[in-house]
Design a protein around this ligand. Structure first.
Ligand code: FES
Length: 330
């Protein structure tokens, strides 16, 4: 059987989801669910290990193979109709699968997950990069750019933007500034390994459906967290025509992920990165670039309210037809 399966799939199998038309590859013994999530899509799922049945989908064409047993029981009728669990199967030929996917924030259920802090890095004195992990059986379904509510063991709460890609719903990241209130102080004094309660996701500052176009991100200080999530997601989907990132850092933390931004620019032929120190420098750089670039289809602005208002008004004067999204109501 192994030889036959190997023969059937000498290279990665291509998967097409219906009705979305999303396409991706599945390799090795990865499940169809894992491959879809890693490709940046958000199919329905819950436990990821065959218990809940939420990743149930229907095989419309091709051949699949079960990679592990599961507790969830499909009825005889469902099996006859081609239903299977995406978390427990892989493809051994190219396949077409009818699958429910989250296409907008409205399709995402409100979730409550207890996660563990794995690591806290301090790229600069007043900013903590917090890495968390959810239990194996509970990944967070969210869209890039969204927020979650967080409650610490001592009861302190905050709402934080996720700085990680939804293509990995187990390993999450936040960028937390050192500020006077309880919640932020906690991350600057706590040992890793504490558990936190996450509820969410929320917010509509997400990639629009039209993400095949050129994408432009204009961000201020630690609001860079939003851009990181959006950019990582757009890279995993691999459909954007180009990326332009303008990061204005005028507080003491500076461009704390400068190396990451430069590595995107070096690795991707269609990525340009501008690190700016203040609003005047940002305006000057945009002025210079806008004079020679075609219009952008999607502009994402993340910063405080004044920053969002200023950049939005300024860009609207230059490009009246361009679509904007901001992380603040403006
Ligand atoms: S995700 Fe729960 S059964 Fe597949």
């Amino acid at each position: 059987m192994f030889v036959k399966d190997t023969f059937l799939r000498l290279i990665a199998a291509q998967v097409k989801f219906l009705p979305s038309g999303h396409e991706f590859f599945v390799e090795g013994e990865d499940s169809l669910l894992v491959a879809a999530i890693q490709a940046g899509y958000i199919p329905n799922h819950g436990c990821t290990n065959g218990n809940c049945g939420r990743c149930k989908a229907r095989l419309a064409a091709g051949k699949i193979k079960k990679i592990h047993e599961h507790d969830y029981v499909l009825s005889q009728y469902e099996t006859r109709m081609g239903y299977f669990l995406m978390c427990a199967n892989t493809a051994i030929t190219d396949v077409v699968v009818e699958a429910d996917e989250a296409r907008s924030v409205a399709d995402l259920a409100w979730q409550k997950i207890r996660a563990q802090v794995r690591k806290i890095d301090y790229p600069c004195q007043n900013l903590a990069v917090v890495s968390l992990q959810t239990p194996k059986t509970k990944t967070l379904r969210f869209m890039a750019g969204q927020w979650v509510n967080v409650e610490l063991e001592n009861g302190a709460t905050a709402t934080l933007p996720l700085a990680s890609c939804p293509c990995d719903g187990r390993n999450l990241q936040w960028h937390v500034k050192r500020e006077a209130h309880d919640f932020n102080q906690n991350f600057f004094s706590a040992e890793p390994s504490q558990t936190v309660l996450i509820t969410g996701p929320q917010g509509e500052f997400v990639l629009s459906e039209n993400h095949r176009s050129a994408l432009m991100f204009v961000v201020q200080n630690a609001h860079f967290a939003h851009a990181k999530s959006l950019i990582e997601h757009a890279i995993s989907i691999d459909t954007a025509a180009s990326f332009d990132l303008y990061w204005q850092a005028d507080d003491e933390n500076g461009h704390y992920f400068n190396n990451l931004c430069r590595s995107w620019q070096d690795a991707l032929g269609n990525f340009s990165y501008h690190a700016l120190d203040n609003l005047a420098a940002l305006s000057q750089q945009l002025n210079q670039d806008l004079a020679v670039k075609n219009h952008y289809a999607d502009v994402y602005i993340a910063g405080d309210v004044n920053f969002c208002q200023h950049v939005r008004q300024w860009l609207k004067l230059q490009w009246p037809a361009v679509q904007f999204k901001t992380n603040q109501p403006v």
